[in-house]
Design a protein around this ligand. Sequence first.
Ligand code: NAD
Length: 368
Amino acid sequence: MAIAANVTPEVSESFTVFSQMTSMDHEQVVFCHDRASGLKSIIAVHNTVLGPALGGTRFWNYSNDREAVTDALRLSRGMTYKAAITGLHLGGGKAVIIGNSRTDKTEALFRRYGKFVQSLSGKYITAEDVGTSKDDMEWISRETKYVTGLPEYLGGGGDPSPFTALGVYMGMKAAANKAYGNDSLKGKKVMVQGIGHVGEHLVAFLDKEGAEIMVTDIFEDRLAEISKRFKVTVIKTEDTYSADMDIYAPCALGATVNSENIELLKCAIIAGAANNQLADEEIHGQMLLEKGILYAPDFVINAGGLINVGMELEVYNRERVKTETEKIYQRTLSIFKLSHEKKVPTHKAANEMAEARIRSIAQLNAKR
Ligand code: NAD
């Protein structure tokens, strides 16, 4: 305490980073800055026991540095669990670029960022995330080979979002099977929150199956576009959580499942693409269990995109990506089974499975 009282604000901030790194067990965090291009970025490497840390780069207008650090740390940790439970030979990492993705993107900024990624010599491999696209990955690829999610004409697998949406759809069907006794989504009222890359493809799957689709987004243009293509009901953002729905699919940002919103939710299932949906895993996982809402853990069902970009590091095969992504259906069912047997929230069952794999490989590595 005496030390904390005497340090400058900057030093105190760095102590916060280390306390967060310690509590979530991160290996490395890199702060990147370039005055000329305006780049401000944080690369977080959570765990590399299973392989290099692969995770996307988020471009977001954080209101302060602390928010950006916390996001990078939470997201990178989630990637460790996602890769582990999916059986991939990858660790967990994630990066954020601080800025407005609609106005601040330039070639110079992304290429400077690519140089920072290259400086980590492959410990961290990037891809797209909220606010970044395969065109941005192409700029990054001018400076580093440690980038995935590249366009097809550069030998990549293209936009990973359709596979993320396929996995979410598989996870949602598994949840329907558990909650309703069969996996049909026909006539089910599904709220898709966030009509971005993933949300749009998810709507297409749901439309094909005859679900009653509700959509919400902060941007009117996204809602107008989706309404032109599919039969959807537009819901105001402020009415999202209290809407009459069977399934809530968070496909925008994280932490939307929190104490305030759980009170309002009347759905039977939560299954969506957003990372870190539970604001606090312990508290909100338990609250959902007690309220009888079946939660399909985000990092289990949104792994399709990671499967897609991860395969770019091997021999890319679209059919194999599809087959591997469809396995999310059975994986989600096995997590529900474990959760039921152990009487623990579903995210806890999934965490245990992922941690068991990481532990077993860490032991193997220690013996080498
Ligand atoms: P995106 O940026 O293309 O789309 C996000 C959409 O959410 C945007 O249309 C945005 O306007 C909307 N949005 C933001 N805040 C909102 C709010 N409060 N209410 C309603 N809408 C809001 O992102 P994406 O690539 O579609 O990813 C969506 C989510 O899925 C993210 O959390 C991302 O981390 C996660 N995810 C994406 C992938 C992928 O392959 N793209 C993979 C795994 C996880």
